[in-house]
Design a protein around this ligand. Structure first.
Ligand code: ADP
Length: 579
């Protein structure tokens, strides 16, 4: 692939990648460009259609299962004492992990709302653990602490009060960009203080629920039958849950909001079963509703972790893009510099040898002023050509409009052959030309086209260097193809190109020469393609190589426009050598 196509493809790739990153990163409400591309914290990620659909699906599923189970909700099921320890240990771990994740998000962006919901999950996890210890039949028949009847019930009430209150605080403060503490205090200190406070509060409340159940109303007659107080407590818990749910629903914005709503909703059957049925524990409804709550909490954790992984993947993509952009920029600069150096070397070499020749003519006695004058005139021409090459190469990289005019390719080729006459003669190369009469005109930049033919001729001369004298033959031919393209052929009797290098020779920096730069053919192909044509190696083998250049014939409109331009100030084909 040649240089310009490579450069063009690279910028297309980058544009595409950049677009991917932008499309994937629906903006949150963070400020700053980076924050706009990446919501920085996972809890600030806006709700997308997929998440909304998934949450709705979970809610519908919960609803359907509830409806199906409802008729059997009060039916006593087999008492499995291990159910509560297993289920609530899972719930506890899930809540603690969610709390850890939310606290770490707070350390990145210390907003009060984030701290409130993290503390809520920590409370929830700790209460789930404490309640399991006190639950009758879980770890021991009467629970590990408390009165064996009411402690677990009251811990449930405290648990289910703490969590919706935390959600409520979160919902009411989440849209304010309020930080929770004075800016001098580090987020880690605030997290440590909050965790300490939550542990102390849980310990104190657990103590109250276990040490003084006698002062609190009784919730259970025995280990399964609840009292009227328990009914009232469940109505209160359900109402509190609803207040938190509705408040959050009205202010929902992020993925976290969405899944908190689902979690609150998943607790409904728990309260409803406990409110409407007398035998609560170990009934079908009780088992099912307990599972709901754990599933919903786990979903939230899963969603947060998934979104976090996606965020990191996008971040990596963006870093790679930045790296590629930097490398690409460097490669472009390198390629441009190398291209100019490569192309400018030829006129410079000419200037040097013409300068020496000029001096020799002057040093003669008597000095041959006429020949010296010719040499110096040629030096000026070579310098002019160098200037044209620089602006052509610059135009190539900057994609500036080239100086297009009507060009007769036969004339361009003749000029190049004149320029190379010396090298061809000294190399003992036999040249044959076959120019088609009345070759149609093409529209193009004559300097760039001279550059192409010159490169092809020089390559042919280089290729034939190893051939014995008498076997060095160069053939140039032009023709036209069904009135649509002008063709230029150059055939040499060099060693040819190996099959594996057939296309590689057009790659930038591919060279088999010790002093080559590998840019000639890649630049030639770029120039020809910029002219709407093709440059190919059509035949190669031990007998030599044939390159074909095809350029579109100028249409009649272009010819007419050019004729018009000629009357108003036409730019002539710059001569390569003094005629
Ligand atoms: P450079 O001349 O600096 O090597 P080019 O891009 O002009 O760069 O050529 C790339 C390579 O293609 C050369 O090194 C050579 O191996 C091969 N090549 C080009 N022209 C010919 C030819 N006429 N015959 C054989 N090999 C060729």
């Amino acid at each position: 692939m040649d240089l310009s196509v490579k450069l063009r493809n690279r910028s297309l790739d980058e544009a595409r990648l950049r677009q991917d990153v932008t499309v994937a990163d629906a903006p949150g409400r963070e400020t700053g460009t980076l924050a706009h591309d990446f919501p920085v914290i996972i809890t600030a990620m806006p709700i997308n259609a997929a998440q909304r659909g998934m949450a709705l699906g979970v809610v519908i599923l919960l609803f359907v299962v509830s409806v199906v189970v409802a008729p059997f909700a009060n039916v006593p099921a087999v008492r499995v004492d291990a159910f509560i320890p297993v289920l609530q240990t899972v719930a506890c771990l899930v809540d603690l992990m969610t709390a850890g994740l939310l606290f770490s998000q707070y350390s990145v962006r210390p907003l009060r709302a984030g701290l409130a919901i993290a503390a809520g999950y920590l409370l929830s996890g700790l209460f789930a653990f404490a309640q399991t210890l006190a639950f009758p039949g879980a770890y021991s028949a009467m629970g590990l602490f408390g009165d064996g009847r009411n402690t677990a019930g009251w811990l449930f009430v405290l648990w289910q009060t703490a969590f919706p209150v935390a959600v409520l605080i979160y919902a009411l403060s989440k849209d304010r960009e309020e930080t929770s503490a004075d800016p001098a205090r580090s987020p880690i200190t605030t997290i440590a203080a909050t965790v300490g406070g939550v542990l102390a509060a849980t310990a104190a409340l657990t103590f109250i629920a276990s040490a003084v159940p006698a002062f609190l109303p009784a919730l259970y007659h025995d280990t399964t039958q609840q009292t009227a107080w328990a009914n009232a407590a469940n109505v209160y818990l359900w109402l509190l849950n609803n207040v938190a749910l509705v408040t959050l629903f009205l202010r929902r914005r992020t993925i976290l909001d969405l899944w908190l709503i689902v979690t609150l909703f998943a607790w409904w059957p728990n309260f409803l079963v406990a409110t409407f049925f007398t035998v609560v524990r170990f009934s079908v409804g009780w088992y099912v509703s307990r599972c709901f709550a754990v599933v919903a909490s786990s979903m939230l954790l899963l969603v947060l972790l998934t979104e976090m992984t996606k965020l990191y993947a996008r971040l990596v993509g963006s870093i790679l893009l930045l790296r590629r952009e930097r490398t690409g920029r460097l490669a472009t600069v390198e390629a441009a510099t190398a291209a100019i150096a490569h192309e400018i070397r030829q006129p410079l070499a000419g200037i040097s040898s013409l300068g020496s020749a000029g001096l020799r003519w002057l040093n003669r006695t008597p000095a041959d002023l006429e020949k010296a004058r010719l040499c110096f005139a040629s030096i000026l021409d070579a310098m002019q050509r160098a200037e044209q090459i620089i602006s052509s190469v610059r135009g190539l990289f900057k994609r500036m409009p080239n100086h297009r005019t009507m060009v007769q390719l036969n004339d361009v080729s003749r000029l190049v052959m004149k320029l190379e006459r010396h090298d061809l003669l000294s190399g003992g190369i036999a040249v044959t030309t076959d120019y088609q009469e009345n070759l149609p005109l093409i529209q193009g930049d004559p300097t760039q086209l001279q550059q192409v033919i010159l490169n092809l001729v020089k390559n042919a001369i280089d290729a034939m260097q190893g051939r014995p004298l008498g076997e060095r033959r160069l053939r140039i031919a032009t023709g036209s193809d069904r009135q649509s393209a002008v063709l230029f052929y150059i055939r040499d009797s060099g060693p040819g190109v190996t099959a594996e290098n057939y296309e590689r020779i057009f790659n930038p920096f591919f060279t088999t020469k010790s002093t080559g730069m590998g840019l000639g053919l890649s630049i030639c192909r770029t120039i020809i393609e910029e002219h709407g044509g093709t440059l190919r190696l059509i035949k190669s083998g031990p007998g030599g190589s044939t390159f074909e250049t095809s350029l579109p014939i100028a249409d009649s409109q272009q010819v007419a426009e050019n004729a018009q331009a000629a009357t108003t100030g036409h730019r002539p084909v710059p001569p390569l050598v003094p005629e």
